[in-house]
Design a protein around this ligand. Structure first.
Ligand code: GDG
Length: 480
């Protein structure tokens, strides 16, 4: 069947288009008030740069301000950055509201109750339409479009209607919940239909993909076939217009290059931190999904029991995130209260046991801290993947260090050699902290062997493996 041609005014010139909530740009304001925009590096940009550059592709996204958006501009490597303008109201209702106070908690297994508001849903629909229209205006005839994440689940469906000539991929960076949880969503049918506008849908884990397939089969009553597999779109779903949509698991990863073989002066970094005998590190966006409070409880109880070396330092970097949303404010308050209490109880003057920083650090500084830490503590209640765990492992090619990792992080599937814990069970966090520190002190060979296996896994399955596997599946779908 011939694909109908799109109206001429809707056709752009870009053969490869990435659509994501955020455009990879940073704004800087000079002392005179002049605004300049520069590309900001990040995991997704790094992963997609080779394809974007090869095709002189385009990235459609929101520049991160509701004030003056930049004009579309090309980066030095030829990628066109195309801003989508959001008003302050869009930001409140679409981003803070439906995306982060409805979908985010629902998809992370109701760690806090999701809020369902019709007005937020309307804004979500309208902003998704805006993204779809902007994408349609930049995509060349027959182009490949890759839509990213939970904020844009309606974009594939809208785009398919206005541009049936496009090949459309969709990747969800957060978990897809169990069908009984997803069924709560008053707009579940619309979301499923939106995502099914794609040719290929990717999730991090097979379990996420199976949850989605179950919803499609039993809630939407559509036909499904094939088997879910990793790094291939082996399952398929027949959308209501008769198209087969392919579904698979594509675990995301990092670009390990900036973390490998860095000549970090670990002794100097540790000296700056007061030369703790054991250094435990946490690095997270300050989000209730990340289990920061639970890990503080574990540390506190271990101090109570005298189960930690007296000069153990727990260093927590908590990057500011979604600061206007109630549950984020409450989480911050709880975390900061716990830090104060623990230091009050167990710290000495000039020598805290918890060093907590509500700040964002440059990447090189994270590399220093990852390299210097004996134990990395990653305890989310639920996480699509968790790249921090992979970054830490990438810094420890020499086999040093240990990773304590929640079994509810997507990363736990690939990083099974980590000290896996259940963050809902403080005893489990304590036990694995103890195992890891004990192994480092008493059985360094086995600790090193575990870390080396983790390191090999991350380096062999980097973000290029992820992007290439997805894009191959998308290419294959064109020939089916
Ligand atoms: C979502 C999903 C999934 C953190 N603090 C600083 C900083 N970071 C960087 C880390 C890492 C990234 O942010 C965080 O990635 P995570 O994967 O750990 O978590 P989310 O932000 O929740 O990401 C998650 C991911 O999407 C990808 O699909 O893995 O499950 O929730 O790269 O290094 N970077 C800098 N300064 C900081 O202070 N420069």
């Amino acid at each position: 069947m011939e694909t109908p041609k799109p109206p001429a005014q809707l056709v752009g010139t870009n053969d490869f288009v990435v659509v994501a909530n955020r455009l990879p740009v940073d704004q800087s304001v000079s002392p005179e008030g002049a605004i300049t925009w520069s590309p900001s590096p990040g995991g997704l940009v790094t992963a997609l740069s080779p394809v974007l550059e090869k095709h002189r592709g385009c990235w459609v996204g929101w520049p991160g301000t509701t004030e003056q958006a930049p004009e579309p501009f090309r980066t030095d490597s030829g990628v066109l950055l195309h801003p989508v303008t959001l008003t302050a109201e869009d930001f409140e209702n679409f981003y803070e509201g439906f995306s982060n106070a409805t979908l985010w908690p629902l998809y992370h297994d109701l760690i806090v109750p999701p809020q369902y508001h019709r007005q937020w849903w309307e804004a979500y629909r309208e902003v998704n339409e805006k993204f779809a229209r902007e994408t349609a205006s930049v995509a060349a005839e027959g182009a490949t479009v890759w839509v990213q994440d939970y904020q844009l689940q309606l974009v594939p469906g809208i785009l398919r209607q206005i541009r049936p000539d496009l090949t459309i991929g969709f990747f969800l960076h957060i978990p897809f919940p169990a069908p009984d949880l997803f069924r709560q969503l008053p707009w579940r049918e619309e979301i499923v239909r939106g995502v099914l506008g794609s040719d290929v849908i990717g999730f991090h884990l097979e379990s996420n993909a199976r949850n989605f397939i179950h919803v499609v089969e039993h809630v939407s009553g559509l036909e499904v076939a094939g088997q879910v597999g990793v790094r291939q779109a082996g399952a398929k779903v027949q959308a209501s217009d008769g198209r087969w949509v392919h579904v698979g698991a594509f675990p995301i990863s990092i670009d390990p290059t900036p973390f490998l073989n860095q000549q970090v002066d670990v002794a100097k970094i540790r000296a700056e931190l007061g030369n703790p005998r054991v250094l435990i590190l946490g690095v997270d966006r300050l989000d209730y999904t990340k289990g920061i409070l639970q890990r503080l409880h574990a540390i506190e109880e271990m101090h109570e029991l005298g189960a930690l070396e007296p000069d153990t330092l727990f260093l927590q970097i908590a990057t500011p995130s979604r600061e206007r949303i109630d549950h984020y404010q409450a989480t911050r308050a709880e975390v900061e209260q716990a830090v104060g209490r623990i230091n009050g109880r167990f710290g000495q003057i000039g020598r805290p046991v918890v060093s907590y920083h509500h700040t964002s650090l440059p990447k090189w500084r994270l590399v220093e801290l990852y390299s210097a830490a004996d134990v990395m503590l990653v305890t989310p209640f639920k996480d699509g993947m968790n790249l921090v765990a992979k970054e830490y492992v990438a810094c420890h090619g020499d086999g040093s260090g240990a990773l304590v990792l929640s079994e509810f992080a997507g990363a736990a599937e690939e990083l099974a050699q980590a000290y896996l814990c259940n963050p809902f069970d403080v005893e489990s966090i304590k036990r694995q902290l103890q195992h890891s520190t004990k192994a480092l002190a008493q059985d360094p060979d086995s600790a090193r062997a575990r870390m080396r296996q983790l390191h090999t896994q991350v380096v062999d399955h980097d973000v290029n493996v992820w992007a290439n596997a997805f894009l191959h599946a998308l290419k294959d779908s064109e020939n089916m």
